[in-house]
Each structure stands twice: as structure tokens, then as C-alpha cells.
Design a protein around this ligand. Structure first.
Ligand code: ATP
Ligand code: MG
Length: 434
């Protein structure tokens, strides 16, 4: 259970430097752009319906502060990208760079190469000094211009490097693992009493980081997944008893599978990690699929990569370089089980299996995600310049927020199976209520 005290953001010290950002014209027109330390965003904004009444938790509103901890003209900042790819990484790098250099006037912004590895000098990947010529075109490309990696680095080694390079603010762009790594680094720097701000920017194409209503890359993933589902639907419809089976991303949460099913309106079964569906027996997935194909002559199935793991219970999973448990491949497993099920019944059918994950992860961000990237990047800069540390930029109820990293990683975000999105999936697919 998170308490209000867990949502208190750490600061490096008194902000004494005036911000160079100028919002005078907004003031003239009755607006205001600087955000004061006392502005808060309520976490839970709904009430009634038998919900327990609690004192609402509030989070610090992100945004530019009138006074800064760092003197912009004497600041060195660095950006690192870690973990798997997601559309929009380059857009965030670009917005962080431009906000720092153009708007705050920070003279030196370093690009750390290949994730946390680039903070270990023994690896031999020197940081790149970012400049306009390098950064200007990167938003048109997918991937990350800085490179990424998985696997641990010693926080003491990374802190030594940060101190040796006189880095004042480090922006850590990555998923849950990256944020945990950022927190370890923050603790190590705090132990040394080093005045370095560590600011996390959440990257999750799966949309599974808490305190982030919708992460960048997610909308692009829905667009791309929609294209793949359309292809699966055409293949299924035009074959004799065709089945299109699409595996989408979603290791712990079924947001992409659910969202893409609603976007496409052509899916008949959506399988997500949150609902351990029965495979066999009456009313199970295989029988329901058979029934649908008998009635309509074709079917489209979307499965999230983390779905159906209960079917593999007892199997010791492998781990990747960062220690993440690797899922059993539910896509190929279902493909084989569906084929076997129909073969046993001598029921002719044609199955097309599509696994587009790398195609989706590596594309450039769409318009909506480009917008989110820009906001995330610029809010991260505001937090860093104000001397906030051990903090990640979140977004709830349309407001950007500063969230302490331990609060972020203490919770997992999964589909609310009683919420609008999952209800929408059930209404679109009309699949059994497992
Ligand atoms: P995603 O899983 O979405 O691709 P991620 O940020 O979770 O992104 P990881 O490969 O798990 O990706 O982690 C990225 C970096 O963070 C790696 O260098 C990894 O060693 C480090 N890291 C992961 N988990 C931890 C942890 N618990 N504590 C410290 N560092 C971690
Ligand atoms: Mg992760």
C-alpha cells in the first residue's frame, strides 16, 4: 500500500537560480506556466459506487519551476536509453536535448551509448557530445540513436563515471528495470552526497508502468497491431475455415492485445495475461474457437505474449541478461494446439500465424506518441533543472507528475478487468466470459 509519504519527491537542495524560461506573454493573457511546489494532482478522482472512502493520495505536479537548483550555463546533462525498443525513444532524446540546450541554455549534453554499459568506462563506449546536427533528424527514425542494452552495471562504477565526467543531471529512459537501476544509482550518489539529479522517463510499449496512464509508443503499437490484425482477418476470411492467430506484445499486461482488438473490431478471441483462460473442455478456448469457425467459417485470435502462462506451470523459465523471466512462447504453443485440435476432429482448416513484435517495436512514433514524447522529455528537463532526483515523470488524468521511483516500481500496472477497455473487448469479440 502506497502512503502519502511515499510520494514525496527528493530534492538536491534549495533552488536559487532564476529560470531563464520566459512566460511573460502567458501572464499578460491571464495564463501561467510556472508550476509551484505546492501544486498537486489527485491520484484517484472517482468516488461513490461503494468504494471505500480514503484520504486521497496526491502527487507533485510536474512542470517548469521559477527557481532552479542548477545554474543552466554551468550544467552538464546526459541521456541514457536502456532495455527493449519502443517507438518514440528518439523523439524523447530530441526533446530533452532541445529543451536543455535551446530553452534553458545548458551548454553540454552527453549521449550515453548502449544503456548503462556506456556508464562503465571498461566497456569502452565513450559518450557522444550531442549537438543540433546530430539530434535534429533522429525523430524520423525508429529505435534509439544512442543504442541500448540489457544487463547489470555496478552502481559504484557508474557513479564514479558520472562524477568524473562532472554530469549534473542524468536522464534514464527505459522500463521498470531501467528505473530500478536509476534508483540504485541515485542511492549511491546520495550516499556520496554528490549533487547529481537522476530523472527517469518511462518507456514501455506494453503500457505497464504504474503512474503512467498512457506511455509513449503505445498508440503507435496499436496502429501497427491493427495493420497486422487486418492482414490476419483477410487471410482467415478468404481461406476455407481460416484462422488468423496474431501474437502481440504484453508480458505482464494485455493493454496492446486489448486495445488493438477494440481498434480493429475484427478479433473474435483476445487472450491476455490477466485472464487465465481454460484451453480444453466444454466452453474452453479450443472448443469455443471450433464453434466460431463452424458457425462463421473463419476466426481471428489475438494473444498477448504473457497470456496463458498457467498452461506451462512447473516449467523452469529462462532469464535474459537483465534477469527478466522469459515467457514460454504461447503463440507457437497455441498454433500447434489449435492445429492438433482440428486434426483430431478431421475438421479441415487453414491457420496463419503472425508474430510482428520486432516490426512494431522498431517503427517511428505516430503523431500522438510524438506529442507524448515531447511532453515527457520536457517535463523531465524541468524536474532535473529544479534539482529533483530519484524521480520519474508520470502522467495521470492528463497531468504530468513527478513520482519517486520506489513508488513507481512497487506497483505493477495491469488491465482493469472491470474497466472500460476490457469491457470493450468483451463487447467487440463476444468471447466467453472466462
Ligand atoms: P523493458 O523490459 O521494457 O525492455 P527495462 O528497462 O525493464 O525495459 P531491462 O533490460 O530489464 O529493461 O533493464 C534495463 C537496464 O536496467 C539493464 O542495464 C539492467 O541491468 C538494469 N536493471 C534491470 N533490473 C534492475 C534492478 N532490479 N536493479 C538495478 N538495475 C536493474
Ligand atoms: Mg522490463
Amino acid at each position: 500500500m502506497i502512503e502519502q509519504k511515499d510520494l514525496l519527491v527528493s530534492g538536491l537542495g534549495d533552488p536559487v537560480h532564476p529560470s531563464p524560461l520566459c512566460f511573460e506573454s502567458a501572464k499578460r493573457h491571464g495564463g501561467r506556466h510556472f508550476v509551484s511546489e505546492s501544486e498537486r494532482v489527485r491520484l484517484d478522482i472517482t468516488e461513490g459506487g461503494g468504494r471505500a472512502v480514503q484520504t486521497p493520495l496526491t502527487l507533485e505536479e510536474a512542470g517548469p519551476r521559477e527557481r532552479l537548483f542548477f545554474d543552466p550555463r554551468a550544467t552538464t546533462a546526459a541521456i541514457v536509453t536502456c532495455g527493449g525498443l519502443s517507438p518514440g525513444l528518439n523523439n524523447v532524446i530530441r526533446s530533452v536535448f532541445y529543451e536543455l540546450s535551446e530553452n534553458y541554455g545548458v551548454p553540454k549534453v552527453l549521449g550515453i551509448r548502449n544503456g548503462y554499459r556506456g556508464l562503465n568506462p571498461a566497456v569502452g563506449k565513450r559518450p557522444i557530445l550531442l549537438n543540433r546536427e546530430l539530434v535534429e533528424p533522429i525523430d524520423k527514425l525508429g529505435g534509439t540513436a544512442l543504442g541500448s542494452s540489457r544487463g547489470p552495471q555496478d552502481p559504484r562504477v557508474m557513479a564514479d563515471f558520472i562524477e568524473a565526467q562532472a554530469i549534473d543531471i542524468l536522464f534514464c529512459l527505459g522500463g521498470d528495470g531501467t528505473q530500478r537501476g536509476a534508483h540504485d544509482l541515485h542511492k549511491e550518489l546520495q550516499r556520496r552526497e554528490a549533487k547529481v539529479a537522476i530523472v527517469g522517463i518511462p518507456k514501455t510499449i506494453d503500457n505497464d508502468i504504474s503512474f503512467v496512464h498512457q506511455s509513449f509508443g503505445f498508440a503507435t503499437a496499436l496502429d501497427k497491431a491493427h495493420e497486422v490484425i487486418q492482414a490476419a482477418h483477410v487471410e482467415a476470411r478468404d481461406a476455407v475455415n481460416g484462422i488468423g492467430l496474431v501474437k502481440l506484445m504484453g508480458r505482464h499486461a494485455g493493454f496492446i492485445a486489448a486495445g488493438a482488438s477494440v481498434v480493429s473490431q475484427e478479433v473474435n478471441f483476445t487472450l491476455v495475461p490477466e485472464i487465465p483462460f481454460p484451453l480444453e473442455g466444454k466452453g474452453g478456448f479450443l472448443e469455443s474457437l471450433e464453434d466460431r469457425v463452424r458457425r462463421r467459417g473463419h476466426a481471428v485470435v489475438v494473444v498477448a505474449e504473457g497470456a496463458g502462462q498457467h498452461l506451462f506451470e512447473g516449467k523452469a523459465g529462462e532469464r535474459d541478461a537483465s534477469g527478466n523471466l522469459q515467457h514460454e512462447d504461447i503463440g507457437t504453443y497455441l498454433r500447434d494446439r489449435i492445429k492438433a485440435h482440428f486434426a483430431e476432429r478431421e475438421f479441415e482448416m487453414t491457420l496463419k500465424y503472425l508474430d510482428p513484435s520486432y516490426f512494431i517495436r522498431s517503427v517511428p512514433a505516430n503523431g500522438f506518441d510524438r506529442f507524448v514524447c515531447d511532453q515527457m522529455g520536457r517535463h523531465a528537463v524541468h524536474a532535473g533543472m529544479a534539482g529533483k532526483t530519484g524521480v520519474m515523470i508520470g502522467m495521470e488524468h492528463g497531468h504530468y507528475i513527478n513520482v519517486p521511483i520506489p513508488a513507481v516500481v512497487s506497483r505493477t500496472k495491469t488491465l482493469d478487468v472491470g474497466g472500460d477497455l476490457w469491457r470493450g473487448v468483451l463487447q467487440v469479440t463476444r468471447q466467453p466470459r472466462w
